[in-house]
Design a protein around this ligand. Structure first.
Ligand code: UD1
Ligand code: UDP
Length: 352
């Protein structure tokens, strides 16, 4: 059975690392990897392939950056050419980026079945480009791999339960697999020159970067935390630093880091502040309290007992959360058992 996997953005490399490893060791499955080129800087792309041992893509479309329509349109054309050539039995797409919707749409128009990993996530905020990508991708997919029970409920509410399979979260698979590697190698993945005690932050969501007021509020909150704030900077946010915000002296900006360095940074942070989807979960999996600088979260399972506090870009709420007590209640097992990739591989084989 031939599967074409379509990936293109940083979080998809991390998800695909877990799934590709299992697909390629499952007899009867053959994977062809397509990189759309949505992310292309060495530290947004190649570093993950090297570090996580992801096979070299069979096709790199090198689409690069652009408006939503330009980027998605270029991907559609490139993916269609690959699918016509490869004639797969299934196309596998991940998450909610423009690479996801392009892969799903190109395949379904060629009558090639589509499987969506991380299906059923909803913010119920249609101003988010990712929400549109999720809704459309789920609607046109043939197999929906839901990471949580909330995702299953969302899919049921949209009449999509027949296609839905609970897989658990492939990012949990990745954390369990690579955490051991990071812990066993001591300080190998420690970013040099950083203070022992720090808050870890990331910002890249359109609602924060496209709105200078939100970005300024977030940086103002950082300036008041009383701790160093380590910020591996997404290129989207880096572009705005000089023109839109001035960086407070306690904020330590570093280039984007590899996944293993990011796990190290997360494990050793006092708290995590982010608008990332993936990092909210990783903070939870690694026992760190998360402060989510968005007005809602799709990952509602992380909210219990203040493990994740949703603040939006509001400085008062961010600072209240930074100063709040750390959670003491145990985390729950809502994201599967770390074997999501096996469930995905077995389900694909059975669907033949
Ligand atoms: C994309 C996804 C978002 C995901 C994020 C993960 C969409 C609509 N958005 O957002 O869901 O959370 O990836 O990181 O698909 N750039 C570079 N180098 C790169 C990549 C991007 O400089 O390697 C810059 C370009 O100026 C580009 C901007 O970052 O215009 C935004 O990149 P893009 O891929 O369009 O969106 P992200 O914000 O990365
Ligand atoms: N990440 C990383 N290096 C960084 C910042 C993030 O490896 O400098 C990882 C992070 O650990 C998580 C993933 O990238 O696994 C999240 O991706 P991102 O925040 O870009 O996108 P989102 O999850 O919001 O779609």
């Amino acid at each position: 059975m031939k599967i074409v996997s379509v990936i293109g953005a940083r979080p998809q490399f991390i998800k695909a690392a877990a799934v590709s490893r299992v697909l390629r060791s499952t007899p009867g499955l053959q994977e062809v990897l397509v990189h759309t080129g949505q992310h292309y800087d060495e530290n947004m792309s190649d570093i993950f392939f090297r570090q996580l041992d992801i096979p070299k893509p069979d096709h790199n479309l090198e689409v690069g950056s652009g408006s939503h329509a330009y980027q998605t349109g270029m991907m559609l054309k490139g993916i269609e050419d690959v699918l016509i050539k490869e004639k797969p039995d299934y196309t596998l797409v991940y998450g909610d980026t423009n690479s996801t919707i392009a892969g799903a749409l190109a395949a379904t128009k060629l009558h090639i079945p589509v499987a969506h990993v991380e299906a059923g996530l909803r913010s119920f905020n249609r101003l988010m480009p990712e929400e549109i990508n999720r809704i459309v991708t789920d609607r046109i997919s043939d197999l929906l791999f839901a990471p949580t029970l909330t995702a299953i409920t969302n899919l049921k509410n949209e009449g999509l339960e027949k296609q839905t399979v609970f897989s658990g979260d492939v990012m949990y698979d990745s954390v369990l697999f690579y955490r051991e590697m990071v812990v066993s190698r001591g300080d190998k993945y420690r970013t040099p020159g950083l203070p022992a005690s720090y808050l870890l932050a990331t910002i890249h969501r359109a609602e924060n970067t496209d709105n200078p007021g939100n970005l300024r509020n977030i940086f103002f909150a950082f300036s008041q935390t009383g701790l160093p704030v380590v910020l591996p900077i997404h290129p989207r946010t880096a572009r705005l630093l000089k023109s839109e915000v001035s960086v407070p002296s306690n904020v330590i900006i570093i280039d984007p880091v590899g996944y293993l360095e990011m796990l190290w940074l997360t494990m050793h942070a006092e708290k995590v502040l982010t608008d990332s989807g993936g990092l909210q979960k990783e903070a939870y999996f690694l026992d760190r309290q998360c402060i989510t600088m968005r007005t809602e979260t799709e990952w509602v399972e992380t909210l219990h007992d203040n493990w994740n506090i949703v603040t939006g870009p509001d400085p008062d709420k961010i600072l209240l959360a930074v100063r709040s007590a750390l959670p003491t209640a145990p985390r729950r097992q809502d994201f599967g058992d770390g074997k999501s990739a096996c469930i995905i591989a077995e389900t694909l084989l059975r669907s033949r």
